[in-house]
Design a protein around this ligand. Sequence first.
Ligand code: ATP
Ligand code: MG
Length: 411
Amino acid sequence: MANNTPHAIRGTQDIFGADAEAFAFVVETFEHMRKLYRFRRAEMPVFEKTEVFARSIGETTDVVSKEMYSFEDRGGESLTLRPEFTAGIARAYLTNGWQQHAPLKLVTHGPLFRYERPQKGRYRQFHQIDAEIIGAAEPQADVELLAMADQLLKELGVADGVTLQLNTLGDADSREAWRSALVGYFRDVQGELSEDSQERLEKNPLRILDSKDPRDRKFVADAPQIDDFLSGEAQDFFGAVIGGLDAAGVAYERNKALVRGLDYYRHTAFEFVTDRLGAQGTVLGGGRYDGLMESLGGPATPAVGWAAGIERLAMLVGERSEAELEVAVVAENTEREGEAARLVSIYRNAGVVAELFATGSPRKRFDRAMKVNPAAVVSLDIRDGEKREAIKHIRENARVADIFAAFVTHE
Ligand code: ATP
Ligand code: MG
C-alpha cells in the first residue's frame, strides 16, 4: 500500500467476505421474520435535527451528552447523524400523521453513529436492525416483539447461551417513587461511587444500576428494588407480559437491576445478553417508551420496540461461506465464447448459480474454473474442426445436468 493513501476513520469498518456474508444473513433472516410477524418496512433519514435526539433520548444520557456526531450544516442548523432509530421513527410518525396506521408495526435497519471508544463489538459507525410497535398500549405488543426477537435468534442459530433478561420500570408514578428511593440510598455512599455515577445521582439515578464500574456494582445489589414501588396497574401490566411470554414459549430471567440507558422507557425493559462476546454482551435491547412522543411535542402515544447490533449478531453467527458456484461454463475455444455466454444466461434465468470463464488464455480457463470449486463444469470446445461439449460433475446437481442436456440437444 502506498504511504499516502487515506486511512479509514477510527471505529468504522470495511466488512467483506465471510464477515459480510454473516452480516447479510442477519439482515435476510430479520426480513424473513418481519414478514412472518407482519411488520411494515420503513427507510429513514441518516440525519435529523439535533433536537430530535436531544429531546427524546434525554440530555442526561451518555448518548446525547457524549456520543453524538453533531455538526452545523451550511445553513447554520445543528444536525446529528442518528445514534439510534427510535427517535427518528417517532419524529416521522408525528410529521407524517402515521397515527392513521396505529397500531403501526414497523421495522428498519441501517447504519448508526456514536462517538465511542472503538473496540471489539463497539464501533463509531455500526448497524442495527430495529422493530417498533407504535400506538399499542397493550402488553400483547411487548410480547409480540419479544417473541419475534426470540425466534430471530433461534433462526440465526445463536440462541444457545443467549438469555432474555426482563424487568419493569413501572408507570410514571412508580418510576418516580423508585427514583427518589434510589437517590436517598446512593446519596449515603456518594463519595464511594464512580465519578460518572456521582454525576448520575442528580440527573438520572436509575442509570447507576446500569453502571459497569466495580465501584458502583458493589452497591447495586442492595439498592431499593422497583417491585416495592409498583402501582397495582403496573403490576398487572408486567404480569400480563410474563403470562404472554409463557404462552408463547419464550424463556426469560428477571433482572431487577436492568434499566436500559435511555430516559424514555416505561414498564417493560429487556435485553438479550450473552457471555460469548466478552464485555460487549448485549446483543438486543429495548422496551416500552410511552413517554417519548410527548417529549417531541406529540400526543401521548404508547409504543414499544427493540434494536439489535448487526455486528454483534454476525459475530455470534460466525463466518459464513459465499453462495456455492453450481456451474462454471468454460469456453475452451474463442469461437465458442458466444454460446458459452448464452448457456450461462440460460442457467442464471433458471435460478442456477453460474459463472462464465471466457477471458484470458483459452487453455487456462478450465483450470481457473476448477479452482473456484464449482459443483459442475461445462466446457464448450472445438476439436478436429468439430464442436464438443462435456460436463464434469464434482457434486451431483440434477438441474445443471438437465439444462446441459437440453442445450446440447438444441445445438
Ligand atoms: P451498550 O451497553 O453495549 O453500550 P447500548 O445500551 O448503548 O449498548 P442500545 O442503544 O440499546 O445499546 O443499542 C442496541 C444494540 O445496538 C446493543 O445491544 C448493541 O448490540 C448495539 N450497539 C450499541 N452501540 C454499539 C456500538 N457502538 N457498536 C456496535 N454495536 C452497538
Ligand atoms: Mg452504549
